[in-house]
Design a protein around this ligand. Sequence first.
Ligand SMILES: [Zn+2]
Length: 363
Amino acid sequence: VFSLSSLCPLQVELHVHLDGSIKPETILYYGRKRGVPLPADTVEELKNIIGMDKPLSLPGFLAKFNYYMPAIAGCREAIKRIAYEFVETKAKEGVVYVEVRYSPHLLANYKVEPMPWNQPKGDITPDEVVYLVNQGLQEGERDFGVKVRSILCCMRHEPSWSSEVVELCKKYRHQTVVGIDLAGDETIDGSSLFPGHVKAYEEAVKNGIHRTVHAGEAGTAERVKEAVDNLKTERVGHGYHTVEDEALYKRLLENNMHFEVCPWSSYLTGSWNPDTEHAVVRFKRDQANYSLNTDDPLIFKSTLDTDYQMTKQKMGFTEEEFKRLNINAAKSSFLPEDEKRELLALLYKAYGMPPAASGGMLL
Ligand SMILES: [Zn+2]
């Protein structure tokens, strides 16, 4: 199924959810082992039930997680294994550096209120979830040769979790955690300004924790403005609807804001109307700072190559643009400056760009 993308020799991915990237085989294994009922018995059936082929509403999309998260959440072995297997999958896709994100609370079953996925109470805290994911990612890094960092997600509908999320970012920085995110349903009224989220992002700024926010995906340009002005985000998750506010878009272009674009995801979630020009086409035309990402490959039945093929075949993207956007992704990654330079050097070499020619692009 997986193949090295022929469209770009080395890729950087900045927006992908760990809990949206689990192997169906692993879900079935832990469903059976733990006696957690699943809607299917075979990999093919499970893929068809969890996966999407055509656009669904946001609630329809979010319902997918209810099917399989109970098989993984609250199990030490499963949590570590999905992190490890994630790195293996990215290695097969030709990814050289990836930032993977997840909500520690949604994988926990102790000291988490309300309890996610109707699990019985157990003994795995959000803190231990981060510890386990870090272990899986670090072992994966060693075994598969992909550089991996992680981002911890606050959830729009649970602002009471956010202070712990930022504390976990502080505790586990240097052990893969490089940033904070705000995920979930951005159409929840006023959710960018819930004090729990605002305070967590203030704490992140104070402590030099990098910040991204899901905004302007299903929501309007106003959500993007809030993410930038109130949450001081450094990158925008999706951000397609930014282009509907020309003044805001112009300001973000001037500030070199990075957009984490997920093309195939935007089609399946209906956040992009296929009768209109995709925002990424505008980003390309304006030579904006953006990356291409899978978001939730389990649910979208995709690999990173799906997103590259879609932009190449439907939107006329060239190899030159793929190289440019990956260099921008590396520059906008949440790595420290010295590691960023190393990553950029790798890309320049793989892309056949001599240091002299890429001089203007060096940090
Ligand atoms: Zn996302």
